[in-house]
Design a protein around this ligand. Structure first.
Ligand SMILES: NC(=O)c1ccc[n+]([C@@H]2O[C@H](COP(=O)([O-])OP(=O)(O)OC[C@H]3O[C@@H](n4cnc5c(N)ncnc54)[C@H](OP(=O)(O)O)[C@@H]3O)[C@@H](O)[C@H]2O)c1
Length: 354
């Protein structure tokens, strides 16, 4: 439901390493809906997408790719919204807008070009549901696309292993591997239910439950000829086990490290790095924001695959801006299947007859 005030989550204190993000780390406040000045427009938030990196913004000394957020500031977060008043000639009331809206009902925006966070965009041909702009056509889809095809240089016939395979990026990357003709696609995730979903719904060939199975043994069993591409979202022990099972000229795509970056540790490894030498492998990290100028290339393919029914838009929706702290916290306890979305207000009526 849209509020007649601007409700906001402001940062109250930074979490300790061992703490799960909760409403205790934020203040729930409200203020008058702001008015745009010349060159600005007001956006009403429709959906927000919590992502693991947001936890990194809540650490004073975090060595991240974005600055941390000061105590008292509105929590940063990417979302999709609709322009409800405008004093910018190129942005009209009713336009759909994607950008850093923050954890709030309304935000003042202006066009930012490539200056900021995976930039901002007016959505030219919005499709229903609008959350798609945050999931398969948004950061999750683009990260999967550029990580697998550009950094990983995946070729048809290659065998692919993915960690956090049932999460937002992982669920998209596994499907893209399938679409691009991968040999075997194997996903690692943390529950039997997610394992079943990966095979039944997303077309993974095999799965590993890292909480109940011996990951190293299972990887060795499923990849007798070695892994060609390891798309890693978690780091730590899983990365270490993958390194011991590489094919010649393997590529290890370092997308994330949720297993080690936000928990107190101590964390082991990776100690199997000698296999990078033995197997002439390449290990490379990337940040999707660096591919913003090529976003349309990804969007064209992702949208095409989505429309053809080859790429499913896997979303896991929570309801209400009030839920944002728990929604973010759930990413660290495996509480999402697909891209976590938090709905703030309904999609506008332009889609009702779709
Ligand atoms: N490089 C980039 O540009 C870029 C862009 C976007 C995201 N990322 C990174 O990519 C990763 C995935 O992001 P996302 O937004 O799609 O999140 P996500 O995968 O939807 O959510 C995180 C998932 O990670 C798994 N997980 C949590 N703690 C874990 C642990 N200790 N060990 C193993 N698995 C764990 C959980 O699934 P299970 O049930 O399977 O445990 C959880 O659902 C994150 O590391 C994120 O920081 C990087």
């Amino acid at each position: 439901m849209t509020a007649d005030v601007n409700r906001q989550w402001r940062v109250a204190r930074y979490p300790k390493k061992e703490e799960v993000i909760s409403p205790d780390h934020f203040d729930w406040t409200s203020e008058a809906i702001p008015e745009p000045e010349d060159g600005q427009f007001l956006v009403r938030t429709i959906c927000l997408a919590p992502v693991p990196a947001q936890r990194g913004y809540l650490e004073k000394s975090h060595n991240s790719f974005l600055d941390n957020i000061d105590i008292g500031d509105v929590m940063r977060g990417r979302g999709v919204g609709q322009i409800v008043s405008s004093r910018h000639p190129d942005y009209a009331v009713g336009d759909i807008f994607v950008g850093s809206l923050g954890w709030q009902d309304y935000s003042i925006q202006h066009p930012r070009g490539a200056e900021f966070v995976f930039s901002t965009k007016k959505v030219k041909n919005p499709i229903s549901p609008l959350s798609t702009e945050l999931s398969i056509l948004g950061q999750a889809g683009a990260t999967a696309y550029f990580g697998l095809l550009e950094v990983g240089q995946m070729k048809a016939g290659e065998n692919v292993l993915l960690s956090a395979a049932a999460g937002g990026v992982g669920s998209a990357a596994g499907q893209i591997a399938r679409i691009k003709g991968a040999g075997k696609v194997v996903g690692i995730t943390g529950s039997d239910k997610k394992c079943k979903w990966l095979v039944d719904e997303l077309g993974y060939d095999e799965v590993i439950n890292y909480k109940t199975e011996n990951v190293g043994e299972r990887i060795a069993e499923l990849f007798p000829d070695g892994i060609d591409i390891f798309f890693d979202n978690v780091g730590g022990d899983i990365l270490n086990e993958a390194l011991a099972n590489l094919a010649m000229h393997a590529r290890i795509v370092i997308c994330g490290f949720i297993a080690t970056d936000y928990s107190p540790g101590p964390h082991s490894g990776p100690i199997n790095y000698q296999f990078i030498v033995y197997k002439r492998a390449r290990i490379e990290g990337f940040v999707v924001f660096d591919y913003w100028d090529r976003y349309e290339e990804a969007e064209q393919d992702l949208l095409g695959w989505y429309r053809e029914g080859l790429l499913k838009n896997a979303e896991d929706e929570d309801d209400g801006l009030e839920r944002m702290p728990e929604s973010l916290g759930s990413l660290f306890t495996g509480g999402n299947t697909g891209v976590k979305i938090c709905r703030v207000s309904p999609d506008p009526e332009i889609f009702i007859d779709d």
